[in-house]
Design a protein around this ligand. Structure first.
Ligand code: SF4
Ligand code: F3S
Length: 86
């Protein structure tokens, strides 16, 4: 799966949402909790590793899970945790 890392914080460009073929990036701007989050998250169970979101992100926030830099390792869990709510 791919992971959205720290550069997304406060940016939330959402270009990644538009290019993802399986709609596994949330919350999208039309979802009610969009404003409550500082970043977006990739669903590790749904991501098909297509790589489309990497080039789409203007701040290079997205990496494959096995290429998340050491200082951003916590974002692996941060992305997964969003999809375990409720
Ligand atoms: Fe979506 Fe592809 Fe990015 Fe996974 S790698 S989040 S499937 S655009
Ligand atoms: Fe964030 Fe980049 Fe997507 S800033 S919302 S990961 S396009």
């Amino acid at each position: 799966a791919y992971v959205i890392n720290e550069p997304c914080l406060g940016v939330k460009d959402t270009s990644c949402v538009e290019v993802c073929p399986v709609d596994c990036i949330h919350p999208t701007p039309d979802e009610p909790d969009f404003d409550q989050h500082d970043q977006l998250y990739i669903d590790p169970e749904e991501c098909i590793d297509c790589d489309a979101c990497v080039e789409a992100c203007p701040v290079d926030a997205i990496t494959p899970e096995d290429q998340v830099p050491e200082e951003w390792q916590r974002f692996v869990e941060i992305n997964a945790a969003y999809y375990r709510r409720g």
